[in-house]
Design a protein around this ligand. Structure first.
Ligand SMILES: [Mg+2]
Length: 393
């Protein structure tokens, strides 16, 4: 089965509220969507979220990569079995040197679209393609962005009543404010809750050591990206001297980085996000590196994922042994409108499973075409045809 076309869409999704951390604040997200149409008309969708402060990708560069660099590898191929698709995805990824180039978001969008389309054609799901379900349901944690005390209290009470058992606070503004937030968090969420923090590169080694000491009474389970992404020396020292997990996120964008981070004991945990890693296959390779090195793992998410990336994350979570924490599935909470018919928002208690994909093939989601067009940034700006198009030769 050949591919008729690969199209890209830039969609801008407004949030219900502004989401901020130490590197950025946003009230909307511009995501890259890829639509693959097979020669028999079957369509598959994929999504990636380029962030220049994570993978260095912009929406422009990600779209260009998909259309001019990646698409030609697939447009001429005739793919007739799952093993052919996986081997083409793996060989393409390696040929382009993506194991050491952080172009995750763009590759992810294409990988997911190809998997979605071909799985529909073969009447399979990613679970059939990637080795079967290992965890029946996963339990997401809630993430609290920067904000005032009033907003913090309101969000935490909502999370508590909704049943989340893990909370991650964005920290790194100043120690006093962070301590106050932690105190409020522990008092609202109770002694049994797991509290994690994410500094998004905000600290130096000294200020991180100071924060870790000051945060001790609140029993923080993990410190995510406490130092700048390239300060591996500092991260290594912090990992050696702090009992809680030191989790890398912005430092970990490629498979090569995963190998080096694990080998030199720079951290004790990985935050693996599908979009950042380059899709389900590279994310699985990074997970295997973590497991072999005895590192802890969190399944992370980008802020502003639609049902497409949430579905991919749900499969990733359920196809592997349990992670220490899961993030994402904030769809209804964060997005004014989602792109998919299916609502994959974490259910009360934070739970998510694969029921949404029952009796369906591919990623198990249905994209609302009318909404896709209304979200497409270029279309809105130009008032005309918003799609860039690559046709099979
Ligand atoms: Mg993070």
């Amino acid at each position: 089965m050949k591919i008729r076309s690969i199209e890209t869409f830039r969609i801008t999704l407004p949030f219900r509220f502004s989401f901020g951390h130490s590197l950025a604040s946003r009230s909307e997200s511009t995501n890259l969507l890829v639509k693959v149409t097979l020669s028999n008309g079957i369509v598959g969708y994929g999504e990636g979220i380029p962030r220049d402060y994570v993978t260095g990708e912009s929406i422009d560069s990600a779209e260009t990569n998909v259309l001019t660099t990646y698409a030609p590898l697939f447009l001429s191929a005739n793919i007739n079995s799952p093993s052919e698709l996986i081997s083409l995805l793996e060989s393409g990824f390696d040929e382009l040197g993506l194991h050491s180039k952080p172009f995750g978001a763009s590759w992810c969008a294409l990988e997911l679209a190809l998997m979605d389309a071909y799985c529909k054609e073969w009447r399979l799901t990613p679970a059939d393609l990637l080795g079967g379900v290992r965890t029946e349901k996963i339990r997401y944690g809630g993430v609290v962005p920067f904000g005032g005390k009033k907003a913090l209290g309101a969000i935490l009470w909502f999370y508590k009543i909704y049943g989340f058992k893990t909370i991650k606070l964005k920290v790194g503004k100043d120690l006093e404010t962070d301590l106050e937030k932690l105190k409020i968090c522990r008092s609202i969420m109770g002694e049994d809750a797991t509290i994690r923090v994410d500094a998004n590169c905000a600290w130096t080694l000294d200020s991180a050591l100071q924060a870790c000491e000051a945060f001790k009474p609140y029993r923080v389970a993990s410190y995510e990206q406490p130092l700048p992404a390239d300060d591996w020396d500092g991260l290594q020292k912090l990992t050696a001297s702090v009992e809680a997990d030191i989790m890398v996120d912005e430092s970990l964008c490629t498979i090569a980085q995963a190998q080096e981070l694990a080998a030199s004991k720079v951290c004790s945990a990985f935050n693996i996000r599908i979009s950042k890693a380059g899709g389900l296959l590279p994310a699985a390779r990074i997970l295997a590196i973590a497991k072999n090195a005895g590192l802890r793992v969190q399944m992370g998410a980008q802020v502003g994922e639609t049902g497409i990336l949430t579905a991919a994350g749900r499969f990733f979570g359920c196809l592997n042994e349990p992670f220490d924490n899961y993030e994402g599935a904030a769809n209804f909470f964060l997005l004014k409108q989602d792109l998919t018919v299916e609502d994959l928002t974490a259910r009360p208690g934070g739970f998510g499973d694969l029921r949404f994909s029952r009796r369906k093939y591919g990623l198990g989601i249905t994209v609302k075409d009318s909404r896709l067009l209304s979200f497409t940034e270029a279309g809105a700006a130009a008032g005309g045809d918003c799609r860039e198009h690559v046709a099979a030769s």
